[in-house]
Design a protein. Structure first.
Length: 365
């Protein structure tokens, strides 16, 4: 990485290949990590040159791998890994000469590995030390003075490896999130307009879900919209081309194979930071269901009373045809209302949610 890429790119005569700031981003913390390993190699070489029966290497490993400065260098490298890959992408887009440089460097590399493959190598180094200590312990007697040192070194290296793995997982998750944001951005027409441009790909932003909604301005004016919700932002779009798969009520990063329907395109309408949004009113479905149930209970009670009245009317000795007709009409009316309320009760089990939002404008209104 340093000899084949960083040093050549930092030469003044190669300034036309890549911007120096991007070079620094690509190889951030690489020289520091290399310095640690070169120092360890030098000390290990000294041990081998002066080998004797009671020689120890475990204490040397403890000294090297217990240092916070090494762990911090690795953590910083991993935290910057996404930025490093982005720097490579930007350099490729900026100057074709950089692409030619990468191709030539890969041909000259004896393992024929691309820059992206070499960039992960520093992270893979620590697990190899774990395997090395396991082999050393197999061939080191329990009563040898180096045995307890090797066990202690093994613990330190394991802790470092766990810290690196955790950082690597976080970096991979961040890269996954970045791909998601890039995919969404590429399908929303107008996001790159200079008047409204804001990169979706910003640190700590995550996509949460997409929702198909109906915007109601007046009783007769209803328009279908697609909302994209992020951890800090809400984007409203209109659907340019519908597909059957988009008729699902919502789509989430964790419930569908693709984040959005890639066969569809969206047109940007507006965006608002979540911190500027307040929910003014949302229908309470629980309250609605409760009120409907109370109405159903009253109607069922009315129907039961009318049934009892009808039964009692049959015991009258005088003519009661007019009363029977009235009771029949009342029971039919109650029965119709019962059917309507029961249908509404079923629909509230899978309710449509109405939400009104208010947003603070630039002038604070």
């Amino acid at each position: 990485l340093i000899q084949g890429y960083m040093r050549p790119l930092k030469q003044p005569e190669n300034s036309c290949i890549c911007d120096l700031a991007l070079v620094d981003d690509m190889f951030f913390q690489i020289p520091e990590i290399l310095e640690h390993h070169e120092k360890f190699l030098e000390q290990a070489h000294h041990c081998v040159q002066n080998w004797h029966e009671k020689q120890k290497v475990g204490d040397l490993m403890i000294e090297t791998f217990s240092k916070d400065v090494l762990a911090n260098s690795y953590s910083a490298y991993i935290d910057n890994f996404l930025n490093a890959k982005e720097a490579v992408r930007l350099a490729k887009d900026a100057k074709p000469a950089f692409i030619k440089f990468l191709e030539q460097s890969m041909r000259e590399n004896k393992e024929k590995q691309a820059l992206s493959d070499l960039m992960i190598k520093p992270v893979q180094r620590i697990p190899r030390y774990e395997l090395l200590i396991k082999d050393l312990l197999k061939h080191t007697p329990d009563d040898h003075p180096d045995h307890p040192c090797l066990l202690a070194a093994q613990r330190y290296i394991k802790l470092l490896a766990e810290r690196i793995n955790k950082g690597k997982k976080n970096a991979e998750e961040a890269e996954k999130e970045a791909r998601v944001l890039q995919e969404i951005e590429s399908h929303i027409e107008g996001m790159m307009d200079v008047r409204i441009h804001e990169e979706l790909l910003v640190p700590h932003r995550k996509f949460l879900r997409q929702e198909m909604v109906t915007e109601v301005k007046t009783v007769s004016s209803k328009k279908e919209r697609s909302l994209f919700l992020f951890t800090d932002l809400l984007i409203c779009t209109t659907l340019k081309r519908k597909t059957g798969s988009l008729r699902r009520s919502s789509m989430s990063l964790y419930t569908v194979g693709s984040v959005i329907d890639t066969a569809s395109k969206y047109k940007f309408l507006w965006k608002l930071p979540l911190e500027d949004l307040d929910i003014v009113k949302g229908t309470s479905q629980a309250t609605n269901r409760e009120n409907i149930q109370k109405t159903l209970n009253r109607l069922e009670e009315d129907f039961s009373i009318l049934s009892q009245i009808s039964t009692l009317a049959e015991t009258l000795s005088i003519s009661h045809q007019s009363l029977d007709d009235v009771i029949k009409d009342l029971m039919a009316s109650v029965n119709r209302e019962l059917s309507e309320k029961q249908s509404i009760a079923v629909s509230t089990m899978f309710p449509l949610t109405k939400v009104e939002l208010t947003a603070a404008t630039a002038d604070g209104s």
